[in-house]
Write a protein that binds this ligand. Structure first.
Ligand code: ATP
Length: 307
């Protein structure tokens, strides 16, 4: 164990995300799609507590339904810990306890946040002090959204979403998230997108995805009205095709004062952009009264950090 290691344990908090713009290119021979994403980290956090142990183990709890979350090596947090241990030649293990607040399989990158938090926590616990660039490299090996959960704030992601550059953003954006009881599998949503595109060969799709300049300008200006006009997600039609009830909820939010609504990532969580805090709280009350699980969040917030 290095001198800098922390034998008492480390707690790290990492944020969930939404994509204010998401363009998906064609299916590539390797089975992936090139994407261009404008990410915003929002104030729904995952807490990961890492304690020294001989073996690798994991427990999961939190304020969301965690029944679908594996606690074996399929869990992205455990894979993150093992990857870092292998990378630095650490021969012990870690006991991980995760408190989840990001909806599971909701398109808000909760598992990715757990992996990012675990990388940072184990890096501190084991005293490896890899620095952000090398942690980002490991993060990209775990999943396309993991590097952003480390970075946080507002960023553009190219490639699979993991080639990140920070984006200039001012002010604060208030969102109301509507959480669905049943999650959607990200691969299933991409599969549905491919199926829909095959069925509509005349429709043009981005060959070389990018983030539209209007999105960048709206983020820079901090103007929610401008951002609302540019929210877009190429996965939205596929998510709605798999969960058609989302269409009515989107309409309800937009009729109830949201500036605009969008499917978050691969869904089925919906993100409604509000004009300000007051409008967001009003919208949250209206959607809750209609029987939906609605959460008020804001962004951007920082990436994974030790607390
Ligand atoms: P993303 O938007 O990053 O694709 P998501 O936010 O839609 O993902 P997650 O909650 O990250 O969804 O998890 C999707 C699936 O991954 C879960 O259904 C679960 O089977 C598996 N999984 C692996 N590790 C985790 C984890 N730490 N937390 C939640 N799910 C996990």
């Amino acid at each position: 164990m290095s001198l800098a290691a922390r034998p008492e344990g480390v707690r790290v908090r990492a944020p969930g995300k939404l994509n204010v713009s998401f363009e998906v290119g064609p299916l590539q021979p390797d089975g992936y799609h090139a994407v261009a994403s404008a990410y915003q980290a929002v104030s729904l956090f995952e807490d990961v507590w890492a304690e020294p142990a001989r073996d690798f183990s994991l427990s999961v709890g939190g304020s969301v339904d965690v029944t679908g979350v594996p606690t074996d090596d399929r869990n992205l947090a455990l894979r993150a810990a093992r990857l870092l241990a292998h990378h630095i030649g650490h021969d012990g293990g870690v006991r991980l306890s995760i408190q989840k607040h990001v909806p599971v399989a909701g398109g808000m990158g909760g598992g990715s946040a757990d992996a990012a938090a675990t990388l940072l926590a184990c890096d501190a616990l084991w005293g490896s002090d890899l620095g952000m660039a090398r942690l980002q490299d490991l993060a990209a090996q775990l999943g396309a959204d993991v590097p952003f959960a480390l970075m946080g704030g507002t960023a553009i992601g190219l490639g699979r979403g993991d080639r990140l550059s920070p984006a200039l953003a001012t002010g604060r954006f208030d969102w109301v998230m509507v959480v669905s009881e049943v999650g959607l599998s990200t691969p299933a949503v991409y599969h549905e997108l491919d199926r829909l595109r095959e069925g509509a060969p005349g429709v043009l799709h981005p060959v070389d995805p990018s983030v539209p300049v209007g999105v960048l300008q709206a983020l820079r200006s901090g103007d929610p009205v401008a951002l609302a006009a540019h929210l877009s997600n190429d996965l939205q039609a596929a998510s709605i095709s798999l969960q058609p009830a989302l269409r009515e909820v989107l309409a309800l939010g937009e009729d109830s004062g949201a500036l605009a609504g969008i499917v978050s990532g691969s869904g089925p969580t919906l993100a409604f952009l509000a004009a300000d805090v007051t409008s967001a709280l009003e919208l949250q009350v209206t959607l809750s009264a209609a029987g939906h699980k609605a959460l008020h969040v804001h962004g951007p917030v920082p990436g994974a950090r030790i607390v």
